[in-house]
Design a binder for this molecule. Structure first.
Ligand SMILES: Cc1cc2nc3c(=O)[nH]c(=O)nc-3n(C[C@H](O)[C@H](O)[C@H](O)COP(=O)(O)OP(=O)(O)OC[C@H]3O[C@@H](n4cnc5c(N)ncnc54)[C@H](O)[C@@H]3O)c2cc1C
Length: 565
């Protein structure tokens, strides 16, 4: 054992997308953290898992300054349409189509600054890992595994295995970003609870194939996913990477689950409808389970991403939920370590994220239920490929069912941007009703708890770009307001505060009150037309209670605004 312990503020176990996202959030706030990942880079031939950073994840990617890098790492060309097509075979007739699925179009919707990015998970991880390695306060250790840890009231002491032997790491906090089979979770004795679902027994095959010439073979036109349904086979597939590497997610009807004896090449050829050359690069099975950790923390231990929640991939929520967990926990850990977060701040991580996970897990299960809906519909799948009007009629009926049921999965901004931290101790309750949470539609609102509504300040400059790393006070039509009171109170409490002034004409619809206080994660903490009587009480509430250890503030100029750190 190396006798010199490593000292860091946060030990992150797991260098998947979520652990790396947490390191970016902490590193961008100057917090020292160490990411340990047991594997070396697996690159392009690993499991084709997440294919998309959704629009909410992209708001964080933008804060970390990585939008251009993510776009450059995206294999499909910028104008490639993000359509999802349903057909009887890849070479057969289409019966339903969804355009701009997952809001991947890069322009045209002002409710968010950046469209979703269609990018293989390993490339996304590459961008995150490279960016984390560039941050002075972040250390990424590949080929390093957590063996065990203990915690006291003051710190965590972990033993890790590196190529050179075992090593002790001392940290203020340890975060399990170590996936569905989390070692951190089991060492902490935290169990997972299952959300029961009718579909969970169904087995699926996830595979990565190389099929030279496949993109040019079919006549359906470019799309990100082609779902194939007929009486013989059922699968979703799509171009995943350069060079005609495609993912396929097959759900063979009446399959025993025995992958070793399953002829995946023959099955994939049946999905395509042509005897094309196919090389299987990777294959595994999975079942659509929905699980939630009973607790997300225990003392100085926290769980993020798949370590805290597992759900079916339908809707593409998995990795994105984890990225948002990292953003939420990241600012709270940083504020606590920097001394301006209150004593109750870290406890709100579970309070805020668990209801979001619940909602999204139910949504993912609902989406997954479509597989059953098709199987249980009275549409005979054998009829889909009949010649003439009988086939056309069956396809029209299945097309109508598909459009009705799947709209909710592919156009789902209400789920992606509609998180509301109502009832959180960090959010000032307001009389009246919050906006109704919807699955499909997202109606921006500055009601406390909601995501701060987005607007463009000028070409390419988003309102979000003006927000500071701490809290931000939006002042609409500053004339006559008592905004300096906020600045002074925040300075007294050592809370970083950035002031953003907006013209009434541009902002009143989205920000109807004169003052709106935004949290570091872009959610609204409070709004009003004047500071409340107990302004310090409000600020103590939104930072998790009165902080005890305070550092000296210093004033920093940021563009036209200013902040206290
Ligand atoms: C078939 C399939 C399709 C999917 N499709 C989508 C999709 O379309 N969209 C989406 O958003 N998500 C999708 N997902 C889910 C997505 O892949 C996960 O949600 C995501 O990878 C979770 O990231 P994570 O960082 O929490 O965990 P992981 O990606 O599992 O990373 C955990 C890391 O921790 C490391 N680790 C574990 N134990 C230790 C230890 N003791 N010491 C050190 N390191 C350790 C592991 O090696 C691993 O690299 C899909 C998943 C599957 C299986």
């Amino acid at each position: 054992m190396d006798t010199q312990p490593i000292r860091t503020q946060v030990l992150i176990v797991g260098g998947g997308p979520v652990g790396l996202a947490l390191s970016l959030e902490l590193g961008s706030r100057g917090i020292h953290c160490c990411v340990i990942e047991q594997n070396e880079r697996l690159g392009a031939s690993q499991a084709p898992r997440s294919k998309m950073l959704n629009v909410r994840s992209m708001t964080h990617v933008r804060r970390w300054g990585l939008v251009d890098e993510i776009r450059r790492a995206t294999p499909l060309p910028p104008k490639y349409p993000s359509d999802i097509i349903y057909a009887t075979r890849l070479t057969g007739p289409e019966f339903a189509r969804f355009e701009n699925a997952f809001s991947t179009n890069r322009a045209g919707d002002d409710r968010f600054p950046d469209g979703a990015a269609w990018i293989p998970q390993y490339r996304n991880e590459d961008v995150f890992r490279d960016a984390a390695a560039r941050m002075p306060s972040v250390t990424v250790m590949m080929g390093t595994r957590l063996l065990t840890f203990t915690q006291t009231q003051q710190q965590v002491e972990a033993t890790i295995a590196t190529a050179k032997g075992s090593q002790v790491v001392r940290a203020d906090y340890i975060v399990g970003a170590d996936g569905a089979r989390s070692t951190v979770r089991s060492l902490a004795g935290i169990v997972m609870d299952e959300i029961p679902s009718a579909s969970t027994k169904m087995s699926n095959i996830s595979a990565l194939i190389h099929a030279p010439g496949l993109s040019k073979l079919h006549k359906l036109g470019p799309a990100i996913i082609y779902h194939v349904v007929n009486g013989e086979v059922s699968a979703g597939m799509g171009p995943f990477d350069d060079g005609d590497r495609w993912f396929i997610n097959a759900h063979p009807p009446h399959w025993s689950g025995d992958l070793a004896n399953f002829d995946l090449v023959a099955y994939t050829r049946a999905v395509i409808g042509a005897p094309v050359p196919i090389e299987v690069l990777y294959k595994s099975t999975w079942a659509p389970r929905a699980l939630l950790a009973r607790n997300y923390s225990q003392g100085r231990v926290f769980l993020v991403g798949d370590a805290s929640q597992v759900r079916p991939p339908t809707g593409g929520y998995g990795m994105n939920l984890g990225v948002c967990d990292a953003a939420d926990l990241g600012w709270k850990l940083a504020a606590t370590l920097q001394g301006w977060g209150g004593p109750g701040l870290l406890a709100t991580y579970e309070l805020e994220r668990k209801p979001v996970h619940h909602r999204v897990l139910r949504e993912a299960l609902e989406n997954y239920g479509f597989v059953d809906a098709i199987r249980n519909s009275r549409i005979s799948l054998d009829d889909l490929e009949l010649p003439g009007s009988a086939g056309a009629e069956a396809r029209a009926r299945l097309g109508a069912l598909t459009r009705e049921q799947k709209e909710r999965e592919y156009h789902t901004l209400g789920v992606v941007l509609g998180d509301q931290y109502l009832g959180s101790p960090l959010v000032a309750a307001e009389p009246g009703s919050p906006p109704r949470q919807q699955f499909r539609d997202y109606i921006p609102s500055s009601y406390p708890g909601c995501l701060a509504p987005h607007l463009w300040i000028s070409a390419g400059q988003s309102l979000y770009d003006l927000f500071g790393p701490g809290f931000t006070l939006i002042v609409v039509d500053r004339h006559g307001t008592d905004q300096p009171a906020f600045t002074a109170a925040a300075a007294r409490l050592r809370i970083p505060l950035t002031i953003v002034e907006l013209e009434a004409a541009a902002a009143r619809d989205l920000y109807p009150t004169t003052l709106t206080l935004i949290r570091p994660d872009q959610h609204v903490a409070w709004r009003g037309n004047a500071p409340p009587e107990d302004l310090e009480g409000l600020l103590n509430k939104v930072r998790g209670g009165a902080a005890t250890e305070l550092e000296s503030p210093k004033r920093v100029a940021v563009g036209g605004s200013h902040e206290l750190v």
